[in-house]
Design a binder for this molecule. Sequence first.
Ligand SMILES: [Zn+2]
Length: 287
Amino acid sequence: MPELPVVEVVRKSLHKNIKQKKIKKVIIRNRNLRIKIPVNFKSFLIGQKVIKIDRFSKYLILHLSNNSYCLVHLGMSGTIHLINHNKKNNLTNTSFYHSPILPPKHNHIEIIFKNFRIIYNDPRRFGFFQIIKNLNLLKKRFRHLGPEPFQSKFNLEYVFSFFKGKEKNIKNYLLDQKFVSGIGNIYANEILFLSKINPNKKVHLLKKNDCEKIINISKKVLMNAIKKGGSSIKDFKNLSGKNGSFQKNFKVYERKGLSCKRFKCEGVIQKKVISNRSTFFCNICQK
Ligand SMILES: [Zn+2]
């Protein structure tokens, strides 16, 4: 599943390429994404300029020249490819996630500009496009989501008071989008390892100091992934279509049975299912 850093890499790439560009044509090959593409989707987009591309959590937000928005969510397996019309570009994927070149199948939507086109590929079709008519509706759309780790609202006061009296474990809350937006399973595991906190720990038992660690490390882990993701795009050829090189840097994720990477820790990485997600942690240094 593309996590927040992947979506941010896509955002940057799209922003660089389609900002201030006018949509000439739209091709829809399959309307049946997670949310059905509405019949007026084409006519709504054609002729609009894309002013800029923002992101909130894992949602891409295309600002259009008529003051409306087009949301794009990559779901479980979505990728966006950029194809130049004039010069051949072999590496078309706008992120380091999945195939670096355009796959032959599952290309559901094409948005065509003057010199290039962007193509939405999604084998599992859990992603979606959605037109949002104005800023008020956009705000409403995200009202149910908690702050991103990068936002100033995600601070000690917010986190500590949110956890007061709550019985569920910390892993559960890091994945709860009502508490914090955009932390997926991979990064929740990494954040807890770096914070030295056991994923099973009930949140009301966390000290202020623990909460502070979680806040700072969440920002750091996601920022690092964005940086590495960005730079791994040019290494695509060496990766033979596999995941970005940043994955080798995981401390606990997918490391079941291997020794702990923390200096002088003799622990072994465990794997357990917590709130229905694979959870990896060190049996010694995460308390
Ligand atoms: Zn350890």
